[in-house]
Design a protein. Structure first.
Length: 328
């Protein structure tokens, strides 16, 4: 490679990084202070009201924010409904029926449109709602830099290349998160989001009945826990709506129970239990389990970082009038 090619490549890299920094720099805490100062308050009200009815919605909103940001960046594309000509992200098998809480975003958006028409993006509402869900369930609150714009494209076909499935091993998880700009430690930290919520049996039943060609039950799964799961998820059940808590001891509290479960070989997904198969990630699991305050701090910081992935700002995208449909 010639020196001219090296210089051109370096300049291109600088321009890309500068553009990325400019996008992030346009996100700011208190973005709506002058244009819609009740925005964050209203979103938190809607989240609180929803959790009074169903505490499990908190996990749904955190998961929804993650699934939004890892596909096309944090642009609210996961909120868009499918049309006769397009299957949107929310109807991918990875999202339907596991994602929930869309009605919370809809309610917050309707209230905000009534007082601040065309001002607050759906992407920001989702970021606020995820933060509120973490805080209300016992995690640390954090400031959410806002100013995201809404995307106009949502494709279910883009899910497999971006969202990590529950069968990933530690190396695959590390690469997946690295592609989004996260370190391995941040991957382990964000995996702790599984401390709240539930899973459909289909997402892990292979660990109970058809793990590989030589054994039905995953040998890394605690036998007593496996027996409990088999009672909750009978083999060959036709009920696709069967669900179990991700962290049975405290399924509605954002705590370090997830990491303690993994140490006890009670991680629900293969992608959870695999964190013990690598020396570095196993050490992080142990440290998180022993230091709830530190993990909560790290989780809050990682959520802020996640909320900056490939955001649309300035004149990019749009501010949707309704989160489920792009503007006409």
């Amino acid at each position: 490679m010639s020196s001219k090619q090296v210089i051109c490549g370096f300049i291109t890299l600088v321009l890309i990084l500068s553009h990325s920094f400019m996008l992030e720099a346009q996100l700011q805490v208190g973005f709506y202070a002058g244009s819609c100062n009740l925005a964050e308050f209203i979103v938190k009200q809607e989240v609180r009201n929803a959790l009074i009815r169903d505490k499990g919605v908190a996990a749904g909103l955190v998961r929804m924010h993650f699934h939004d940001c890892f596909v096309r960046g944090c642009d609210g594309s996961v909120l868009i409904d499918s049309t006769p000509s397009n299957t949107a992200e929310k109807d991918s098998p990875a999202n339907n029926p596991s994602l929930r809480g869309f009605e919370v975003i809809d309610s917050a958006k309707a209230r905000l449109e009534a007082i601040c028409q065309g001002v607050v993006s759906c992407a920001d509402i989702l970021a606020f709602a995820a933060r509120d869900s973490v805080e209300i369930t016992g995690g640390f609150g954090y400031d959410v830099p806002a100013g995201r714009r809404d995307g106009r494209i949502s494709l279910a076909s883009e899910i497999p290349a971006n969202l990590p499935p529950p069968t990933f091993n530690v190396d695959q998880l590390t690469r997946n998160f690295a592609n989004k700009g996260f370190t391995q430690d941040e991957m382990v930290t964000l995996s702790g989001g599984h401390t709240i919520g539930r899973s459909h049996c289909a997402s892990f039943s292979n660990r109970l009945y058809s793990f590989n060609s030589t054994t039905g039950q995953d040998p890394s799964l605690d036998p007593i826990y496996a027996a409990q799961l088999k009672q909750q998820c009978p083999q060959g059940s036709s009920n696709t709506n069967l669900v179990v808590p991700m962290n049975p001891s405290s399924p509605t509290i954002t705590d370090v129970g997830y990491y303690r479960d993994i140490i006890a070989n009670r991680g629900l997904f293969s992608s959870d239990q695999t964190l013990l198969t690598n020396t570095a990630t196993a050490t992080q699991v142990t440290q998180n389990a022993q230091n709830p305050f530190i993990w909560r701090s790290k989780f809050a910081a990682a959520m802020v970082k996640m909320g900056r992935i490939e955001v649309l700002t300035g004149n990019a995208g749009e501010i949707r009038a309704k989160c489920r449909v792009i503007n006409g």
